[in-house]
Design a protein around this ligand. Sequence first.
Ligand code: GRF
Length: 197
Amino acid sequence: MLKIVVMVSGGGTNLQAIIDGIRSGLITDTEITAVISNNADAYALVRARENGIPAYCISPKDYAGREQFNEELLKQVDALKADLIVLAGYLVRIPEAMVHAYSHRIINIHPSLIPSFCGVGYYGLKVHEAVLEKGVKVTGATVHYVDEGMDTGEIIAQKAVEVQPGDTPEILQRRVMEQAEWKLLPQVINQIAHNGQ
Ligand code: GRF
């Protein structure tokens, strides 16, 4: 049984896709042991609680400094004894000590085809705004392992999505989620549950 901890900051539609994937049998031999958010108001925490999953808020705001937050985050994650940590729209940088302690055991979903439209400043709608501004015709989503850099870790899987004439950042974001993110992340988790890392 693969025990996963899902880390979130916002709406949690990717978390929902994982919950639904487990429920429908698309993901097997996998259990979400906890959901962690840096943001107490994240709707993802409601989704977790509604589904009987322990949900915690660990916010940098509650600690004297980033170092104290980083230490506490690692301590709490360690206590959950996860096999895999899934970053599903988690907007806080993972502390280096945690990256090292969980090498090839932290994955992230990014809403573009890495190495395009990724790295510092490319998150949320900003990614899709940049895609439209550049005028590329294909975008998508990437699941990758997390290393010390920003969206630089080894790529596990990608799925392409077409940009359509008349797209707004919001419309494109929704299409990338529906056609790529919500499918890719559950698939990769199931793959890791069965084939290891
Ligand atoms: C997704 O687009 C994810 O790829 C990105 O942040 C968004 C989170 O959405 N990193 P949600 O919270 O899963 O709805």
